[in-house]
Design a protein around this ligand. Structure first.
Ligand SMILES: NC(=O)c1ccc[n+]([C@@H]2O[C@H](COP(=O)([O-])OP(=O)(O)OC[C@H]3O[C@@H](n4cnc5c(N)ncnc54)[C@H](OP(=O)(O)O)[C@@H]3O)[C@@H](O)[C@H]2O)c1
Length: 334
């Protein structure tokens, strides 16, 4: 099969399209003929090998242990392992190709990928392969962090970074529960944010939401560009703050540890500050994929695609993502 191969950390220019063996399928795995795979910031992290700590978190110390990048895919089931019960050849599926939690290449940038059954769901018929492939990892991150037990009609939610991959899903998921949502992002993304649809938008190039008069019951902060103390000022008495974090392709965060020290600091502070105790969800991948599928099928999640690239141009697709230009998601079609 054709696959993108990463044999060292560094520039996406080093990626090559090669002929390799199809992956073997384990008992609990599904062999998927990939039709689309998503290009997202965590793919960039593993290609660049930065921050260095991630190399200790599964991706390989000197060079990538697993050579084929990509984690999120959509496609058609080609074959199933002996223990697989939920899928059969011909099913259209979408999901995340990595087992459990790790920070490594997941093998999605290829014609075929072996995917654990728990990471897959049937693709709803009302979304394209590209839209479905844009959802799994970003959707899982937001479902794990969103205090869904708090969501209710009228809840005042602010999503900082609402035009990005995770932020757009945060807007759509909270709107699905009837929240009143304010989306913050760059001028050129505000049309997208309005169309999600967010109820209100704030342009971060001209306005600072932490200095406004409005109060919020939930702040979902993707870029993390304000200190928590500033965000706290605009939380309601029971309001909670959730940080997703973003290293902006190595521009912020530390070379060795990235944003981890910031998360550790907030973790310690959460013992004393109720605004930091949103209550993380305990959610397995299978359950998360089922929730995401339901929202896609109901038309409550509609990923917006900026651009697609053929598989062989994976390096150019990653460079485009890291340029900060995309308005919507970047996908590979296979
Ligand atoms: N998307 C995925 O599938 C995925 C998968 C795995 C992990 N993650 C992780 O989740 C995090 C977020 O990823 P993402 O895909 O949502 O990133 P993203 O698409 O780059 O979104 C971040 C958004 O924040 C905006 N932003 C930048 N500076 C801002 C500021 N000062 N105020 C308000 N908004 C600002 C960005 O706009 P600009 O264009 O102006 O920069 C962009 O729209 C990352 O840590 C990533 O590693 C994402």
């Amino acid at each position: 099969m054709r696959a993108i191969i990463q044999d060292r950390y560094g520039s996406p220019d080093n990626l090559r399209l090669r002929e390799v063996e199809r992956p073997a399928v384990g008992d609990d795995e599904v062999l998927v003929r990939v039709r689309a795979a998503s290009v997202h910031p965590d793919v960039w992290h593993v290609i660049s090998g930065r921050p260095f700590v991630l190399r200790l978190m599964g991706s390989g110390l000197r060079r990538p242990k697993y050579p084929i990048p990509g984690t999120d895919l959509a496609g058609v089931v080609e074959a199933v392992g002996t223990g697989v019960t939920r899928f059969q050849p011909g099913d259209e599926v979408f999901g995340e190709s990595m087992r459990g939690f790790s920070w490594r290449n997941g093998g999605a940038f290829a014609e075929y990928a072996a995917v654990p059954e728990e990471g897959l769901a049937l693709k709803p018929g009302n979304v394209t392969f590209e839209q479905a492939a844009a959802v799994p990892t970003a959707g899982y991150i937001i479902l794990l962090n969103l205090p869904r037990h708090r969501l209710r009609p009228g809840l005042r939610v602010l999503v900082n970074g609402a035009g990005g991959g995770v932020g757009a899903l945060a807007v759509q998921l909270t709107k699905a529960h009837g929240a009143e949502v304010t989306g913050v992002d760059h001028t050129r993304k505000l049309d997208l944010v309005r169309a999600l649809p967010a109820d209100h938008v704030i342009d971060y190039t001209t306005d600072d939401f932490t200095r406004g008069d409005q109060r919020y019951d939930l702040i979902v902060d993707i870029p993390g560009n304000h200190p928590f103390s500033a965000c706290r000022r605009v939380l309601s008495a029971d309001g909670v703050y959730v940080l997703i974090g973003h290293d902006h392709y190595g521009q912020v965060g530390r070379r060795w540890l990235g944003s981890l020290p910031r998360f550790a600091g907030l973790g310690v502070r959460s013992r004393f500050d109720r605004h930091l105790r949103a209550g993380a969800a305990r959610l397995g991948k299978r359950e998360a994929m089922a929730i995401l599928r339901e929202h896609l099928e109901a038309g409550q999640l509609t990923p917006v695609i900026d651009r697609t690239y053929p598989l062989g141009e994976a390096g150019a697709a990653i460079a485009y993502l890291a340029s900060g230009e995309p308005v919507g998601r970047v996908l590979l079609t296979v």
